[in-house]
Design a protein around this ligand. Structure first.
Ligand SMILES: O=C(O)CCC(=O)C(=O)O
Ligand SMILES: [Fe+2]
Length: 182
């Protein structure tokens, strides 16, 4: 199916700490894979974590989860983590969302994305809408909304974040890289 979910990858305290770390580097409006900004496609505030420094423990947990999930569910060639961890905030105030897209882009790094892992950093009852959906062709898979759970999918799969109608949703995204699919 090319999707795989893990419950409770991070605890509540840890998700709060990740949001706090992201506040240091917050910038307005997330760009797209190639750096293009387009408000009709994505409306979110993004920031990047220092995975060599204050957020090294977050990266360690993600790398471990990816190794286990890749062995159990994907068996892709994953060789690198070439990008920093992204925290995104989708807000009711501007109907934060991200339309259908694939994470594999044209750039030298985005071209090598193989797996995407997204962790839920907000309590499900704190927002409405904001579902992460992965297109499976005739149906779509809606990622579990439980705080701290993570969902992995092949980066080429179309996915979206439904507009947030109430409250605010935070997510943590990490991309895993390897030789191009062949
Ligand atoms: O926030 C999410 O759930 C998904 C983010 C995403 O798809 C991306 O940044 O490429
Ligand atoms: Fe994406």
């Amino acid at each position: 199916m090319f999707t795989h979910s893990l419950p409770k990858l991070f605890s509540k305290t840890e998700t709060q700490e990740i949001i706090r770390l992201s506040e240091d580097g917050r910038q307005k409006r997330g760009g797209l894979v190639g750096g293009i900004r387009h408000d009709n496609i994505r409306r979110a505030e993004i920031s990047w974590l220092d995975d060599q420094g204050s957020a090294a423990w977050v990266m360690d947990r993600i790398v471990d989860a990816v190794a286990r999930s890749n062995r159990d569910a994907f068996q892709f060639d994953i060789t690198d983590f070439k990008e920093r961890l992204q925290v995104a905030a989708y807000d009711e105030a501007d109907e934060g969302h991200y339309d259908w897209h694939s994470d594999i882009g044209d750039g030298p790094i985005a071209r090598h994305r193989k797996l995407t892992i997204v962790t839920q950093l907000s309590e499900a009852e704190n927002y409405e809408g904001g579902e992460l959906e992965i297109n499976l062709g005739s149906a779509s898979y809606s990622a579990p909304k439980e705080l701290g759970s993570a969902t992995l999918f092949a980066s080429f799969m179309l996915h979206r974040v439904v507009p947030v109608q109430k409250g605010q949703r935070f997510s943590l995204t990490c991309w895993c890289h390897g030789p191009q699919f062949r």
